[in-house]
Design a protein around this ligand. Structure first.
Ligand code: S3P
Length: 170
């Protein structure tokens, strides 16, 4: 059995769903951002502020390279993992990729008080979310399956993923 990879914009529930899904499948749960924080000893926002986004992306790719060497894991990625084609190639090699989707409004409501998303620490985060979503939309669509999470609990999203995995088409 391959890895199950969750991609999608910030605030779409990748980590919450990933934890539940990994328990149900008996797979190991990997949260890429947490691995980055553990290996660097720094918070994501600190990496961004001290070294900039390009360095963060390099570390993110290094972590993707490492973790994709193993199987039977549920991998929750950071929202920007799709920006580098090499990341997606690695993840696809031994993984089924699910994209979690939510509307701009839901994402904004979920994240408006969060201080730990460096890309959204701007004057108008709502506008930034819109711009980033527009820029990345076509990249998220490269997933094997897209799941609309609107109005669903993380448990219900997990069930949808399991249905997809067991309907024989994966
Ligand atoms: C990012 C998403 C974040 C984190 C970093 C950059 C992005 O992860 O990797 O702040 O570029 O969308 P989450 O999607 O888990 O919030």
């Amino acid at each position: 059995m391959k890895n199950i990879v969750l991609i999608g914009f910030m605030g779409t529930g990748k980590s919450s769903v990933g934890k539940i899904l990994s328990k149900k499948l008996g797979f190991k749960f990997i949260d890429v951002d947490k691995v980055i924080e553990k290996t660097t000893g720094m918070k994501i926002s600190e990496i961004f502020s001290r070294f900039g986004e390009p360095r963060f992306r390099d570390i993110e790719s290094e972590v993707i390279n490492l973790i994709t060497q193993k199987n039977r894991q549920v991998i929750a990625t950071g929202g920007g993992v799709v920006l580098r084609e090499e990341n997606m190639k690695k993840l696809k090699e031994n993984g089924v990729i699910f994209c979690l989707k939510a509307s701009e409004n839901v994402i904004f409501e979920r994240l408006k008080h969060c201080k730990d998303r460096p890309l959204l620490q701007v004057e108008n985060p709502e506008k930034r979310i819109k711009e980033l979503l527009e820029k990345r939309k076509h990249l998220y669509e490269k997933a094997d399956f897209c799941i609309d999470t609107e109005g669903l609990t993380p448990e219900q999203v997990t069930e949808k993923i399991i249905e997809r995995l067991t309907d024989g088409k994966t």
